[in-house]
Design a protein around this ligand. Structure first.
Ligand code: HEM
Ligand code: HEM
Length: 172
C-alpha cells in the first residue's frame, strides 16, 4: 500500500540531518574565522568533520531507504511547475548533502592527511581544489535550504499539512 506520510526512519533521518546541517554551518563559519592560535580552533574543526561524516552516512542511508521502501506521493494539489520545482529542489538538496560531505573529506585527503576526522589542522592545505568546491557549494546549499523552507511553509499556510507528513503534528 502507498503510505501517506514518511516512515519513522525517513522522519528521524530528515530532522537529524537538518539539525546537523545547521550546526555544521554555525561551527564551520565560527572555526574558519577564529585566530589561528585559538585553542578552540582544532576541536571545532574536528567536531565539524565528525558532524560532516554523520551527515554523509545519514544521506547514504536515507537514499537507500528512499529507493528501497515505499514513499508517499508528492503532497496533493501541486501544479505542473510547482511539482517540478518540488522534485528539483529535493533532488538538488540530496546532491548538495553528498557534495558537501565528499568535498569536505576531499580537503583532508588532498592535504595529504588521509580521511580521519581527528587530523592536525595546522597541516591543512587551504589551496587545494576541494576547498573552493566546499565553499562554493556551501552557498548553493544555503540557497536551496531557504527555497525548501519557504516552499514548505507556503504550502503549509495555503494548501495543507505538509509538516505532518514529515512527523510534525498529526499528519494525514
Ligand atoms: C538543512 C536543512 C534541510 C535539508 C537538507 C532538508 C532536506 C529535505 C529533503 C531532501 C526532503 C525530501 C524528502 C524526500 O522526499 O525524499 C525534505 C522534505 C521535507 N522537509 Fe526538509 N530539509 C531541511 C530542513 C527543513 C526544515 C527546517 C523544514 C521545516 C520548515 C523542513 C520540512 C520538510 C518537509 C515538511 C518535507 C516533506 C515534504 C513532503 O511532504 O514531500 N525541512 N527535506
Ligand atoms: C553537509 C556537510 C557539510 C556542510 C554543510 C559543511 C559546511 C561548511 C561551512 C559552512 C564551512 C565554512 C566555510 C567558510 O569559511 O565560509 C566549512 C568549512 C570547512 N569544512 Fe565543511 N561542511 C560539511 C562537511 C564537511 C566534512 C565531512 C569535512 C571533513 C571531513 C569538512 C571539512 C571542512 C573544512 C576543513 C573547512 C575549512 C575550509 C576553509 O577554511 O577554507 N566539512 N564547511
Amino acid at each position: 500500500m502507498t503510505p501517506t506520510r514518511y516512515s519513522r526512519a525517513m522522519i528521524w533521518l530528515h530532522w537529524l540531518t537538518a539539525a546537523a546541517v545547521f550546526a555544521l554551518f554555525a561551527v564551520g563559519l565560527t572555526m574558519t574565522r577564529l585566530d589561528f592560535n585559538s585553542p578552540l580552533k582544532p576541536p571545532l574543526f574536528r567536531l565539524h568533520a565528525v558532524l560532516g561524516y554523520a551527515v554523509l552516512i545519514m544521506t547514504v542511508l536515507r537514499l537507500y531507504y528512499k529507493f528501497r521502501t515505499p514513499q508517499p506521493p508528492p503532497p496533493p494539489g501541486m501544479s505542473g511547475v510547482r511539482l517540478a520545482l518540488y522534485r528539483l529542489v529535493h533532488g538538488l538538496l540530496y546532491l548538495s548533502l553528498l557534495v558537501m560531505g565528499i568535498t569536505g573529506v576531499g580537503i583532508l585527503v588532498q592535504s595529504g592527511l588521509g580521511p580521519s576526522p581527528f587530523f592536525d589542522i595546522h597541516a591543512l592545505n587551504f589551496e587545494v581544489r576541494a576547498v573552493n568546491m566546499h565553499l562554493t557549494f556551501k552557498l548553493a546549499m544555503l540557497a536551496l535550504v531557504i527555497v525548501h523552507v519557504v516552499g514548505v511553509l507556503s504550502y503549509q499556510a495555503t494548501k495543507g499539512d505538509v509538516l505532518g507528513r514529515m512527523g510534525l503534528g498529526k499528519g494525514k
